[in-house]
Structures are given as C-alpha cells and as structure tokens.
Design a protein around this ligand. Structure first.
Ligand code: GLU
Length: 521
C-alpha cells in the first residue's frame, strides 16, 4: 500500500481589525470589522481588536470606547484584544513601544533602514528643488537619499555624535531601487508595484514611536495574523509592508491580503465621507457622536432607529453578495454564506431606499411585544400612556406602515382623540349628506354586540350595501371622525381596538368639532 503525505501547512485563521482611535468609526470601518469577523468565524478562527494609536497627536478622547461600543451594538464579538485581553497582548500599540525599537535597530543593522536627520526645512527645500526640476512626485527615495542628511551620507562618527547629543531623527526604510514587488490580493489578484514608485517611508521616530507601517507589520507577525483584510486605501502601503516582512526575515509567514472596495456616495461620485451622511439623510456612523473638541454632532444608525440586524445586512451587501437571490441574513447566516472571493473589486454605492427596506423588514419581523417595549419609551416622551397589552395591539396594526419605531406615532390617535381633521380628506370627502350617513353608521356601530373587526366590517358593509351608500364616501369619513387622519390600517381593526364606547364618543365629539370648524362642501 502506498501512503501519500501531503505537505500541509495548517495556519489557524487569525484576523484583526486595527482602527486608529482618531475619531468615531465610519460605517466603512464597521464593514471592515464585519468582513474580518465573518471570515474568522467561517473558518473557526479568531477576531482580534488592535488599537493603532501610534500617532499620539491625532488621538481623540472617547474614540476607543466608541469603537468597542459600536462593535458590541452590531453583535461583532472580539475574541482577543483591547477590552478583552489574550495571549498576544498588549493590543494597544502605544503599550508596545519597546518591541518596535528592537526591530528598528535590527533593520538598521541589516542595512535595510537608516537614520535620517533632515529638518523639516531641509525636506521642504528638497521637494521644491525637485518640483523646479519638473519631478511630478518629489519624494525621499533611492535617488534623493544620496543628497540628504542621513546615515548613508554622513560618516559613522557624525551619526554617532548626532545620536549621542539627542538630535531628533527618523528611521527610514531603504527601499531597493529596482525591484518588482508582487502582492497577491485575494480580491484583486496580483498587484505588482515597482520599487522606484515607493519612497523611503519613515518607520520609526526619535520619540520612540514607530509609524503605522512598522507597527502594523510587526504586530501582524507577532499576533500571528493569517489574513489582513482592510480598506482599499491601504493598498498603496502594502508594498512597503511586503518589503518589511522580507527585511525582517518573515517572508514565508507573511499574511494573505484582501483589500476591500470603497464605500461610495449614493450617486457613485466619490467616497462616502463623514460629512455626507447627515447632508444626504442617513447616518455615516454606527452610533451618534459629538466631537469632543468642536462640539459638532453626527447622527448614528442606532439613534436613528436602525436595528443592528438591518445595519449588518446593509453593510454585508455593500461590497459582497451571496451569489443567490436571498437578501436577509442573520449574523449566523452571514457567517455561513460569506467568502472573500465574493467581495467585488469596485466601489459600492450606499442605497438609502434599500437601507430603509432592510429596517422595515426587521421591524415587521419583531413580535408585537418586542415592538411595544421599544415604542413605549417614545410614547412616554410624547406624553402618551397606555397599558402594555393595548400598545402591543397598536404595534400589531401599525408595524406594516413603519420603517422605524417612531413612525408608529402616526397612530397617535390610538392614544388621544382627534381635534384636527386631515384637510385633503375633509375637502374631498366631507359632503352635505355626510352627517346623516355618519349618524346612521353610528347606530349600526352601537348595535353591534360582539365588537370584533370582522363583525364591524360585516355590519357596516351590509348597511352600506342595503342603502346604496358608497364605501368610498362613508369609510374615509368614519376614519376622519375617529382618528382625524385620511389613511391608516384597516378602519375596522382600528375601531375594534378603540372599543365601541370610545368609537361612539369620538364620532360625537368630532361631529361637534367639525360642525363648528368647517362648513360642508
Ligand atoms: N490603523 C489603520 C486604520 O486606521 C489600519 C489599517 C490596517 O488594517 O492595516 O485603518
């Protein structure tokens, strides 16, 4: 018997969501977190939250908590990371300073990075010089580094003395001049970049902090990240990361990359920015946010009445599709259906109508009890009170007409008698004969013993038929007198819920008001 042994590398799937706490999390960021989470869970892997706070000047108070709260609201659970702990911590980059320094030294020693002492004025002069020479994108690179103040151009003694005297410095990666850097991206296929297009990026600074590139690569390696799934805006940085993996001797263990398409404005013209949302009538952030410095306010999906289930569905479909006609997916179903291969390359347009449609679906899917729990606080804010069972029934009638919970306030007439009457219906339907038609209907209603919707409907319709009265004339007026509005759920259901006594007294009260307020047409 022949036994075949396949060389199999079984790498546990470990992904990370690595936001910088420089403000609230944009919905694009939540989508990145979601895709990472779905991918991890689909493959029995870990989802890690790493906070990339190396740029201390840009930190914003409350942003880290906001990120954690947003993920929690969506039901995206963290396996390891800030707020959770784990074996590969600390998970906040500012707490990992010592680690990075060691690798910066290693890169300098191996000749893949160098110290640079150029002042900002000198850098500016270099750029101006190149611009004058018609260089389109002046940069510190394999050519210009020769003319600058760095450990490649200065003598060893000079470098040592500058370092010893505490002169500020940066460490730059020494990008090879002629090399093709190949990146295999799960979504985009092979991306090839020539090293001459890349500048010698700063990777470490004399304040002891690494920059994004360096910290990101080292942490992904030490945290055993198997797949880097992030926004497309990071694709241009990836060649630098690939070089760093190589220079640090980690090429064979490099994670796989997947760069997600951009989220576009509804008209497809440009990236969805933080200012767009409130201008275009939808939130761009998961939760409401007040900028701690400027006091500027931004609305959030949660506060605008979206359900997390709807928000997740909206996000899931902004860039991915299941390849079937199914549209509604629970988080569990998304995990099963998700694959990076089904993520598109081109940007996805936010579609407000579709977002509403999702929310409407999840609202209707809720039980009347769940809806009442959410609706009661809104009723109370509007000074309406009623017992829970009654509110549940109201929700049962109103939910088909609502996209968001507060929309059910359209049925405020369930909680107060009408004092005003919809003008359009009034003009169209309130005729000279209306008071007498209503008076007869009142009698019919009064005579109904078992006051159910079906009974009310049958009795009223029989009566109208018998007396050859048009339904289209009688019923809108009945609704007008009992509810004050021109449309709503089945009027028979409405009246049944109001009860006989209440219905009759509303008819009387409204008739009186109308006769005082309005001449008949
Ligand atoms: N800190 C980066 C950000 O704010 C992370 C990019 C990455 O995932 O590598 O989006």
């Amino acid at each position: 018997m022949l036994l075949y042994f396949y060389p199999m590398s079984f790498k546990k799937v470990r992904v990370r969501f690595a936001p910088s706490p420089t403000g609230p999390l944009h919905m694009g960021g939540v989508r990145t977190a979601l895709y990472n989470y779905l991918f991890a869970k689909k493959h029995g892997g870990d989802f890690i939250l790493r906070i990339e706070d190396t740029d201390q000047k840009r930190l914003v108070d409350g942003a880290e908590d906001y990120i954690i709260e947003s993920l929690a609201w969506c039901g995206i659970e963290i396996d390891e990371g800030v707020g959770k702990g784990g074996d590969h911590g600390p998970y906040r980059q500012s707490e990992r300073k010592e680690i990075y320094k060691e690798y910066a030294n290693q890169l300098i020693e191996s000749g893949n990075a160098y110290y640079a002492f150029d002042t900002s004025e000198e850098l500016e002069q270099m750029r101006n010089r190149l611009k004058a020479a018609k260089v389109a994108t002046p940069q510190y690179n394999g050519v210009t580094r020769e003319t600058m103040k760095n450990s490649l151009t200065l003598s060893d003694d000079e470098v040592k003395s500058r370092l010893a005297s505490g002169e500020p410095y940066t460490v730059r990666i020494k990008v090879p001049r002629k090399e093709e850097i190949r990146i295999k991206d799960i979504i985009r296929g092979w991306v090839v970049v020539h090293s001459s297009k890349i500048d010698d990026k700063i990777i470490f600074k004399s304040d002891g902090m690494p920059t994004y590139h360096m910290a990101n690569v080292i942490d992904d390696h030490l945290m055993k990240i198997s797949h880097v799934i992030r926004g497309e805006e990071w694709l241009p940085s990836t060649p630098v990361h690939v070089l760093l993996y190589k220079f640090l001797g980690w090429e064979d263990e490099m994670p796989e990359f997947a760069h997600l398409p951009l989220l576009l404005k509804p008209d497809g013209n440009g990236k969805l920015s933080k200012r767009d949302g409130d201008q275009l009538g939808f939130p761009v952030f998961p939760l409401a946010w007040t900028d701690p410095q400027s006091g500027e306010k931004y609305s959030g999906y949660r506060e605008n009445g979206y359900f997390p289930e709807a928000f997740l569905n909206i996000l899931a479909f902004l860039g991915w599709n299941p390849g079937t006609t199914s549209e509604f997916f629970s988080l569990e179903e998304l995990i099963n259906a998700f694959s990076l291969e089904r993520v598109g390359k081109s940007g996805s347009k936010f579609d407000l109508e579709k977002a509403h449609w999702y929310n409407q679906h999840y609202l209707r899917a809720k039980s009347n009890k769940e809806l009442a729990e959410l609706f009661i606080p809104i009723l109370n804010e509007n000074n309406y009170t009623a017992d829970v069972e009654y509110v549940e029934k109201v929700c049962g009638l109103m939910k088909e007409r609502a996209t968001f919970i507060p929309d059910m306030l359209e049925g405020k007439y369930f909680f107060e008698r009408p004092t005003e009457f919809d003008e359009t219906t009034m003009k169209k339907k309130w005729k000279e004969e209306s008071p007498s038609i209503i008076a007869d209907l009142r009698e019919v209603i009064e005579s109904i013993k078992d006051f159910t919707s079906d009974n009310i409907e049958r009795n009223i319709k029989d009566h109208l038929e018998k007396h050859k009265i048009s339904i289209g004339l009688a019923m809108p007026n009945l609704r007008l007198l009992t509810c004050g509005v021109g449309s709503g759920p089945s009027i028979f259901d409405v009246i049944a819920l109001l009860g006989k006594e209440e219905t009759l007294s509303r008819i009387d009260g409204s008739l009186e008001l109308i006769q005082k307020q309005q001449p008949v047409n």
